[in-house]
Design a protein around this ligand. Structure first.
Ligand code: AMP
Length: 395
């Protein structure tokens, strides 16, 4: 369902409470921000608010302090990096609610930015406590959610607070909804989904939801093993999900009913052991040597998968084609990334590992949209309603 965004409401000169996802990795030695991708992702929203002379109160979680104050998880390093990126001062508060936070928010000048302390220092945040949500709401006139990465959680700062303030999406969240939501609701065709990664049980709901929408489903990575087994093949010593063995069989039956083409690997890179430098070979999928494991799709499968991507008007990809962290088993993921980068179709990449893969392989800037959410992206692809989105005002 369409949701209102920051562009649909009058934010001029107002105090705007913005939930952001500044859950960034910190350098172990220096304590400084090691990767500022998530901070940069929110800059367009902050800049738009500054242009409207709004006063900006940012809140985020960082790590898992489990409801206690953990010194190493304070947001000070994030504030420093944000100030450097904005080229402007960022005020900080010692807490995310209470008198000091309220005073700091009240004292903000037009265009000023305040970053509150880690939300998860309070156990009430993850409990979605109503009194805590009300305290947060005192810090703004309007609530903006721009934290897609936590939109699948019903927490005080993502869901509860929206009961007390007009609530709209920030530009980043709006873009996620437009690309992924748009792809699922009104796909250009042919629509191809490529799924990979370790286990079918993690993604079976994604498979089920996408089967009802796509023209072709391409499966690689460890999760393909369960489908090969379901087709009666012997995958040797490959990792096969210990979850419900019927998942893959039922998905294949459903695909047939819905007339969805399912592509599975026809050849594979197999290894004598599950190790980085293990002896390896390329074999057809029905010739996996006893005790050897499939660690990547083979060259014929790469060609087939590349052709499916080229024939599509819309491609969504989640999950690597092999154990891409090890160079000997990265070719399948690289070839898919290159096919995604080369097509003129709309291409969407989601999930932490896949995002890492397209970045490492240098094609991220040729993908139409790289989703910023991990778990949130998967739940979105499963067709679930994300609480952080549901809480926003309808468009
Ligand atoms: P996921 O988080 O489910 O997308 O899984 C990503 C992980 O799947 C990566 O760390 C890969 O190393 C792993 N993976 C991909 N292909 C295989 C495979 N054939 N066997 C075992 N693990 C795999």
């Amino acid at each position: 369902m369409a949701k209102q965004s920051i562009r649909d409401v009058d934010v001029r000169s107002k105090r705007i409470l913005v939930r952001v996802d500044f859950n960034v990795p910190l350098d172990k030695a220096t304590g400084e921000v090691a990767d500022d991708t998530r901070i940069r992702a929110v800059l367009p929203t902050i800049r738009l608010l500054q242009e409207q002379s709004a006063r900006i109160v940012l809140c985020s979680h960082l790590g898992r302090p489990d409801g206690r104050v953990v010194e190493a998880l304070r947001l000070a390093p994030v504030a420093r990096r944000l100030a450097a990126l904005l080229g402007a001062a960022v005020v900080t508060a010692d807490d995310c609610v209470g008198g000091d936070a309220e005073a700091a928010a009240a004292a903000l000048p037009s265009g000023g930015v305040l970053l509150l302390e880690n939300l998860r220092f309070h156990p009430e945040e993850e409990r979605n406590d109503t009194a805590f949500a009300r305290q947060l709401a005192r810090l703004g006139d309007i609530f903006v959610n721009d934290a897609f990465g936590t939109a699948h959680r019903a927490h005080a700062s993502t869901s509860g607070v929206a009961a007390f303030l007009p609530a709209v999406a920030g530009l980043l969240l709006e873009k996620e909804l437009a690309f992924i939501g748009g792809a699922l609701d009104r796909p250009q065709r042919p629509f191809v989904a490529v799924l990979g990664g370790a286990k079918v049980s993690d993604k079976i709901r994604v498979v089920e939801n996408l089967l009802a929408k796509v023209d072709t489903l391409v499966i690689g990575g460890g999760m393909a093993n369960a489908f090969l087994v379901a087709q009666g093949r012997d995958v040797g010593g490959s990792r096969v999900d210990s979850g419900d063995p019927g998942h893959a069989r039922r998905a294949l039956d459903r695909a047939k009913e819905l007339d969805v083409r399912v592509l599975l690997p026809v050849d594979a890179v197999v290894a004598a052991r599950f190790e980085r430098d293990a002896e390896c070979a390329i074999v057809p999928v029905d010739k996996v040597p006893v005790g050897w494991a499939i660690l990547d799709i083979g060259p014929q499968s790469q060609t087939m998968y590349g052709a499916a991507v080229r024939a599509a008007k819309l491609v969504i990809w989640n999950g690597p084609m092999g154990v891409f962290e090890w160079p000997a088993f990265a070719a399948g993921t690289r070839s898919l990334a290159e096919a995604m980068g080369a097509t003129s179709a709309t291409t969407i990449v989601g999930g932490g590992e896949t995002t890492q893969a397209v970045e490492e392989m240098g094609v991220a800037d040729r993908i139409s949209y790289v989703s910023t959410g991990g778990g949130a992206t998967l739940e979105f692809l499963e067709g679930r309603v994300l609480p952080g989105v549901a809480a926003l005002m309808d468009g």
